[in-house]
Design a protein around this ligand. Structure first.
Ligand code: NDP
Length: 251
């Protein structure tokens, strides 16, 4: 038997990938990367005009849609608008609020958990279930190192809990759909340079000092791992949470 070319297993030609929160940052970079690997791309984000502008130049076959992942009806409307169920779902939309618990308002708690955790549930309920019924599909969730450790010096109880929930939902869906041809994995990034980490009040120097590699990660360094998980190169992986954190969680 001829040994298959390993690079073919990274090829996403003929597959469609939907990326939530795809208008900027890590989500937009995932769109570019999966497009380079041959996939048709659907970027979904809160503001239609912003995501339409972002879609320009991402690749040859890219569409942009409005979707608020906190609203299950908005997710169902997205599914109806795109028609066929995608092959790949990347649950990337996320928000952060940094404050100690005493200063975390009820609204902050609901805002962060609604996007980061409920959003993953709503998208998997719509797209993941449809993939399982079809018998094929691939889900990649963007968790965080904050889903398994408490970073410092800042705190974010809602963010940490929501990302721990994303990791656990990943394993739950992975087991539920393992025999239905759907793989579900997550990435737990460390500090990545995006608007989310650009607030001038953050203690960036401490973050860098606490990272063994001594620097922030780049969006393409997350996107390439999403590509691996979304492709057949990771065909025996499901329910995994992969750290992409410059070694942060080793210390
Ligand atoms: P950004 O803030 O740069 O981008 C997030 C995108 O998600 C924005 O376009 C935002 O739209 C969109 N979004 C927010 N709420 C919703 C919603 N309800 N429905 C649809 N889209 C929404 O973040 P990053 O690129 O840095 O982060 C991407 C993911 O990676 C997040 O899940 C984040 O938690 C995770 N992550 C990031 C890390 C980092 O260091 N940057 C580290 C670990 C994990 P709008 O601008 O309109 O709000």
């Amino acid at each position: 038997m001829m040994h298959p070319n390993i690079l073919n297993r990274f090829d996403l030609a003929g597959r469609t990938a939907i990326i939530t929160g795809g208008a900027r940052g890590i989500g937009l970079e995932i769109g570019r990367t999966l497009s380079m690997a041959g996939a048709s791309i659907i970027l979904a984000d809160l503001d239609l005009e912003t995501v339409k502008k972002a879609a320009v130049g991402v690749g040859p076959d890219v569409k942009a849609f409005q979707c608020d992942v906190t609203d299950p009806q908005s997710v169902r409307d997205l599914a109806a608008a795109i028609g066929a169920c995608p092959d790949i779902l990347v649950n990337n939309a996320g928000v952060v609020r940094v404050a100690p618990t005493k200063d975390t308002s009820d609204d902050d708690w609901h805002f962060v958990t609604s996007v980061n955790l409920n959003g993953v549930f709503h998208c998997c309920k719509t797209f993941g279930v449809a993939m399982a019924e079809r018998g094929s599909g691939n889900v990649v969730n963007i968790g965080s190192m904050c889903g398994s450790i408490v970073v410092r010096p800042q705190n974010g109880p809602a963010y940490n809990a929501s990302k721990a929930g994303v990791h656990m939902l990943t394993k739950t869906f992975a087991c539920e759909w393992a025999k239905s041809g759907v793989r579900v994995n997550a990435i737990a990034p460390g500090y990545i340079s995006t608007e989310m980490t650009s607030d001038p009040s953050y203690e960036i120097s401490t973050w860098v000092e606490l990272t063994p590699m001594g620097r922030f990660g780049r969006t393409d360094e997350v996107a390439s791992v999403v590509h691996f998980l979304a492709s057949d190169a990771s065909s025996y992986m499901t329910g995994s949470v992969i750290s992409v954190d410059g070694g942060y969680t080793c210390w």
